[in-house]
Each structure stands twice: as structure tokens, then as C-alpha cells.
Design a protein around this ligand. Structure first.
Ligand SMILES: [Zn+2]
Length: 300
């Protein structure tokens, strides 16, 4: 029987699991609500694994995408918006319950791994994924392998300051992480919403701003212009660090098609290069990147 990998996407409202065959085909899948409490969450994950294995008739290696990350130093979860995980030995407790190793990675790393394997960055030497949704995260894959870093914070682009800030962009809004002007406060969907509100007094959400900009409403056009310029600067900064072949965008803002037409000009203006050779593409697998990337934390 061919091997199977089990990918689990541990989301704030639901937990989803898939069994992935060696060829990437889905053998079984199930999603359950996130119970919102620690012991019940361990039970829910164990139940999903049992279901996937019974449906497929196979035993799988288990990878999980989590909000936040596990500190390599302490083994404790941190920065998770499922706050009941923070400070807990989630990985160790899952391993004890399931009787086998469990690999954990954050959602942006799962997106990067999924898209670099068989998505928008398939075959890329260096792939960089950016989630631009409620928050902002990043993931880096080189030669098909995830780069996590010695402290587990590699590619955490959301909490780097906005590069090449103008006078009015400094020091920038206060971020929940304690710093000011983090990229998350500018290039997430919530960041666009906040910026638009501060400039115009209009409380529109990000899709509303994009829709108004498409209709030519002047203030929204300007807000979207500022957004594109800021995201383009972020991509240029990453280019100057690791010069990816492909940037893959995920999250709600990645559905804004104008980004793919307009970002390259901004990147070319800021990257330290006579000719920027990269490209920017939307994620192919969408929401399924979480489970698919988690499964791929294990090589078969
Ligand atoms: Zn921050």
C-alpha cells in the first residue's frame, strides 16, 4: 500500500484534516469545529486522525499548521490567536496522545510549502509566500525545503517595519506585537481598512475599498494606490534579501487582481537590481494550502 501523509489545519473556528497520497490526491478529509478549549482540541485532533486512517485504511505521518508557532527553545506555543494554546506544550501533548511524532508549522509556512510543491511556485529555486488577510505572515522555501530558522521566525515578514517609509508613515501604527509600523499594520486587509479610515473617516472594509476604487471613487483609489506601493516595497525588501523566483500571495487580499498588474513596477523601482527577474502569483490551492502544506511537512 502506498504511504499517506496527514495534514491538519488548526484554525481558529474549525480544524480540518486530509489524508494525502504520495501523488497529492486526497484520500480522506474531514473538518470539525474548533472546540475552543485545550483538552477538547487534543481530543478533536485525535478524532480526526482516527477518522482519516479508518477511511483510508492507512497509517499516516502527521503535520499540522497552527496559528502562532512553537518556540524551538522552550517547546511552548506562542503568538497564537487561539490563545488557549499559548504557553502550552501542544506539540508534545499531541505526540503523547497520538503515539508518534507530529510536525508543526505556522499557516504561512504551510502555504509556502504547499505552493512550492505543486502550486504557483512549483519548481522554483526560492519561493516566498505572503499571507495578506486579517494579519500578515510569510514563509520561505528553498529547493523544496522550508526554511524555519534557528529560532523558528524565518520569513516573519508581518513584523518587520514597513521599508522605505515616508515621513508620514513613521513611526507607524502600534502593532499588537508591541512594535510600531510593522508590515502587518499596513499590508494586511485590516491594515488597508485602518489606513483608509484614518485618511478619510470612512469605515469601509478592505473588499469595500477595493470595490469603490474600481468604480473610481477618488479616496478609495488613493488608498489602494498607497496599499500597492507599500506591499511592493515589502516585496522589494525580500528581493534584496533572498531574491525569490516566485512570490505567492494568499489570504483575502490576494484575490485583488490589480495587485499582479501593478506590483512589479513598484518592486522594480525599489529592488537593488537592473532588472528584477521574479514574478508574483496568487496561490493555486487557496484555503486548502493549510492542510496540503501541513501534510508536506513530511517527505515521503
Ligand atoms: Zn508587529
Amino acid at each position: 500500500m502506498s504511504p499517506m501523509r496527514i495534514g491538519i489545519d488548526f484554525g481558529g473556528t474549525k480544524i480540518e484534516a486530509v489524508g494525502l497520497g504520495a501523488d497529492g490526491a486526497i484520500l480522506a478529509r474531514k473538518r470539525v469545529p474548533n472546540p475552543g478549549a485545550y483538552d477538547a482540541a487534543i481530543d478533536a485532533v485525535a478524532g480526526l486522525v482516527a477518522f482519516i486512517e479508518s477511511e483510508s485504511g492507512r497509517t499516516g505521518a502527521i503535520g499540522m499548521g497552527t496559528p502562532g508557532s512553537r518556540s524551538p527553545r522552550t517547546g511552548l506555543m506562542r503568538n497564537s490567536n487561539s490563545t488557549y494554546l499559548n504557553g502550552r506544550r501542544f506539540g508534545d501533548d499531541l505526540e503523547a496522545r497520538l503515539g508518534r511524532p507530529v510536525r508543526l508549522a505556522n499557516d504561512a509556512n504551510c502555504l509556502a510549502l504547499s505552493e512550492a510543491t505543486d502550486g504557483a511556485a512549483a519548481g522554483a529555486k526560492v519561493a516566498f509566500a505572503i499571507i495578506i488577510g486579517t494579519g500578515c505572515g510569510g514563509g520561505l522555501v528553498v529547493d523544496g525545503s522550508l526554511v524555519e530558522g534557528v529560532g523558528g521566525v524565518a520569513a516573519e515578514i508581518g513584523h518587520i517595519g514597513l521599508p522605505w517609509p515616508s515621513a508620514e508613515e513613521a513611526p507607524g501604527p502600534k502593532c499588537w506585537c508591541g512594535l510600531h509600523g510593522c508590515l502587518e499594520t499596513w499590508v494586511s486587509g485590516s491594515g488597508l481598512q485602518r489606513d483608509h479610515l484614518e485618511r478619510t473617516g470612512q469605515a469601509l472594509d478592505a473588499p469595500g475599498i477595493v470595490a469603490a476604487a474600481r468604480l473610481g471613487e477618488a479616496a478609495s483609489v488613493e488608498s489602494l494606490d498607497r496599499y500597492v506601493d507599500r506591499l511592493g516595497r515589502a516585496i522589494a525588501m525580500v528581493t534584496n534579501l533572498v531574491d525569490p523566483d516566485v512570490f505567492v500571495l494568499g489570504g483575502g487580499m490576494s484575490n485583488v487582481t490589480e495587485l499582479y498588474e501593478r506590483l512589479p513596477a513598484v518592486v522594480e523601482r525599489h529592488a537593488f537590481s537592473d532588472q528584477w527577474a521574479g514574478r508574483i502569483a496568487p496561490a493555486v490551492w487557496g484555503d486548502a494550502s493549510g492542510v496540503r502544506g501541513a501534510a508536506r511537512l513530511w517527505a515521503l
